[in-house]
Design a protein around this ligand. Sequence first.
Ligand code: ADP
Ligand code: MG
Length: 393
Amino acid sequence: MKKRSLRDLPPQALDGKRALVRVDFNVPLKNGKVTDDTRLRASLPTIQYLRDKGARVVLLSHLGRPKGGPDPQYSLQQVVRDLETLLGAPVEFIPDPATGVPTTRRLPRGGVALVENTRFWPGEEKNDPELAKVFAALGDLYVNDAFGSAHRAHASTEAVAHLLKPAVAGFLMEKELTYLGQLLSNPKHPFVAVLGGAKISGKIDVIRSLLPRVDGLLIGGAMACTFFGAMGLEVGDSLVEPDRIALAKDLLATSGKKLILPRGAVIAPSLERASEHRAVSADAIPKGWAVFDIDETTQHDFRARLLRAKTIFWNGPMGVFETPPFDAGTRAIATALVEAGKKGAVTVVGGGDSVAAVAGIENQLTHVSTGGGASLEFLEGKELPGVAALEDA
Ligand code: ADP
Ligand code: MG
């Protein structure tokens, strides 16, 4: 279902109005400093648009996982300075939403306020209607731009959306829904997905949802080792999920043609002994060794398949990319996506570690999802509560 977007609202719906905007300011911090402001920057188009239209902008977000109450370590006060710099405008801080209404009323047109971490209030994660009322009092309309939190039914993402009208998607949310939605509804073929990372178990629903839609599903990462095990191959000390071997066998039996496994792997006795790494074919993994990356042959095979694709979705690194030289396979996939994009393919990356793996080349890809868990749940075909609660277009 298509959702109403901020861009669909007429000027009079915004001018002078208090726009309560759920953003995703869940940024990494070190010693009170923001170490990566990607998420702050990602919310700027929505905030600046609202300011340009004369709205008073009241921002809501969670930060980290505070345990049961206010905790300075998780205070959003720590992002105020960075946000002010990015906006080129002052930001009022609202330490307690229950007493914040006067501040929101005092904001000038185009002014910005930021409310303290929503998770400081126990009602947030319980989707408490009373807390939602407190939040709703801070705005005249609701905009959700926090796709990364939309898979959770929380007071600031779900309950509050029912209390304010209009309740619409911000630009970042809209972009996520457009590109991820396209993968599910009408992808251009050939549609090739690349899945990697640590475990099959966390991605089985995505695999099941994507298999009927894709022309090929390339498997890398430790996930591939569970498939190797299912094929009866020796996997040595590789990270496998023994309790998923049966499942992998089942997938191979039913969708074997679409599942493309690595032809070979880069192995080492352990991560500590990375320097002893060497490449072997998938059927020659010795006991006492473990797979840490796809090999060069596989890189070439995957690249060739990606260059023929018109739509690509990628989630999960091909190896232990945090530890060189086991980053080579993951890098090769990133490069292949960029190349495929230049040839006209739509390239979408989603997931936590995969997003880290494409740092620096984001603007050479069609879309890099900022919502790790949310993007996977979306692709599993699940309805995200924070999206469902918004008005239909
Ligand atoms: P994402 O966050 O992109 O969804 P995951 O969290 O599923 O990805 O997996 C990422 C992790 O998988 C990385 O920390 C990486 O080191 C690990 N990984 C990838 N390949 C292997 C492998 N062959 N053996 C062990 N760990 C691996
Ligand atoms: Mg991860």
